[in-house]
Write a protein that binds this ligand. Structure first.
Ligand SMILES: *Cc1c(COP(=O)(O)O)cnc(C)c1O
Length: 428
């Protein structure tokens, strides 16, 4: 394409031609990639009538734990349930506090309420957008039991200082890997660094199999507690700890966490192809950013190459947006202009949990006070101003297209971003 010509034309939002034509191949964005191999795997389960069995799920678990590098993996009906299993697994219970980030999907935190525990939000780091180790320590109290780490938008959280804090204060670390399957932190795969991890396998996630989740750990006690809580059908052959064995037969949580085997069958196929698909997404996003090295106001959200950390499959990729380099143009206006070019900016961030009424007002279980305070004397509700980076960050990021294939059309999308950034003055 003629880059210089495209980026110097009038902005589409002001009536000029679009940088990205309409005839972009669907394959550039289509996800998940489903082939006959997935279809046959699912059909086999249907024909055998084994949707509610556990034999295929156990095969998935063996393969997943080998890939993840943990001793155990446990399949779940969804990622939310696997995070609840992880919370119960580490012993989170009545009156305990879970320290978590506020910019995340609710399932990184909200299930704590159903265990009688509560949530204390910590701020995020402005570069990684993951929980900031420097803000964790001052929020620790004698009630703190665990830290929830979310490798947000596939960027690895800074695990070394987080594990150090946890060890010093005898806390457990749960990793929510729902955005970051295959992401490396200093050369180590996330999901195998904390005490336990849980990941969604839902159909929009990087490793996509439908409604599904998976818990991974090296810790036998966490693994067996998770089984005791919601996998009663496995009590007989998986529980060895005497306290849990004595209760076998009924799920301690009164919940049923079994994975549908059409999903485990598809997840096995997806996992086999995942390394090459992750590689392709990585090259696609690096190609996109290669065009934008000189573009004002936009910086890649990616750890430095020499750190040994990576972006996995770049789940819902974003750019760091610096309005001060674009004459103060608000991120929202920039995004509208890029979309007018055909640029397909993805959704950027989750809303902030710490300001939602479910965390600050709702009395969900009739305790006569907000559920967040049900089992504590301390008013730990958090209002505006408590988490400055979390509260400001939406102005400082912009979604970028979530390419799933490395194709030449990526240059057109990069041109759309560059075109708007280099002509930002016309939008002021
Ligand atoms: C998707 C997601 C979950 C929940 O997974 P489901 O499979 O949808 O239940 C949890 N945490 C994060 C960060 C997620 O993005």
């Amino acid at each position: 394409m003629d880059w210089d010509r495209v980026v110097s034309q009038q902005l589409a939002v002001l009536g000029g031609p679009k940088a990205v034509p309409n005839d972009i191949p669907d394959a550039l964005f289509h996800w998940p990639i489903v082939t006959e191999e997935d279809e046959w795997a699912v059909v086999e389960v249907l024909r055998a009538g084994s949707m509610s069995g556990t034999d295929i799920t156990r095969q998935l678990e063996a393969e997943y734990s080998a890939w993840q590098g943990t001793r155990y993996a446990l399949g779940y009906c969804n990622g939310t349930a696997s995070l609840l299993g992880a919370m119960y697994g580490v012993g989170l219970g009545r009156g305990d506090e879970l320290i978590a980030p506020s910019r995340t999907y609710w399932a990184s935190a909200l299930q704590a309420f159903s265990l009688g525990a509560t949530v204390v939000f910590a701020d995020i780091d402005p570069v990684s957008l993951c929980i900031d180790p420097a803000d964790i320590e001052r929020r620790i109290t004698p009630r703190t039991k665990a830290i929830m780490v979310v490798h947000y938008h596939a960027y690895p959280a800074d695990m070394d200082p987080i594990m150090d804090i946890a060890r010093r204060h005898h806390l457990k670390v749960i990793e929510d890997v729902s955005h970051a399957h295959g992401t490396l932190y200093k050369g180590r795969m996330v999901g195998a660094i904390g005490d336990v991890s849980a990941a969604s396998l839902m159909s929009q996630k990087s490793l996509a199999a439908g409604e599904g989740g998976i818990l991974c750990t090296d810790d036998q006690c966490i693994y067996e507690r998770a089984i005791a809580f919601g996998h009663y059908e496995r009590h007989g052959d998986s529980l060895t700890l005497p306290d849990l064995k004595a209760l076998a037969g009924l799920p301690l949580g009164g919940v049923k966490h079994r994975m549908n085997q059409t999903v485990s069958a598809m997840a096995r196929v997806q996992l086999r192809h995942y390394p090459e698909r992750l590689q392709e997404i990585d090259s696609a996003l690096k190609r996109f950013w290669g065009y934008l090295a000189e573009t004002p106001g936009l910086r890649v959200h990616m750890p430095p190459l020499e750190s040994g950390s990576t972006m996995g499959a770049w789940y819902m990729p974003i750019a760091h947006y610096a309005p001060e380099h674009l004459g103060g143009l608000p991120a929202q206006r920039f995004i509208e202009a890029v979309n007018a070019e055909g640029g397909r900016t993805g959704p950027a961030l989750n809303f902030q949990l710490h300001l939602h009424p479910v965390f600050n007002q709702a009395d969900i279980y009739h305790d006569g006070k907000p559920t967040r305070l049900a089992f504590t004397e301390r008013d730990l509700r958090q209002g505006i101003g408590e988490l400055p980076v979390t509260e400001r960050v939406a102005e400082l990021v912009a979604g970028v297209p979530y390419f799933r294939r490395d194709m030449p059309e990526i240059e057109l999308f990069a041109a759309a971003f560059h075109k708007v950034a280099s002509q930002a003055d016309k939008l002021l």
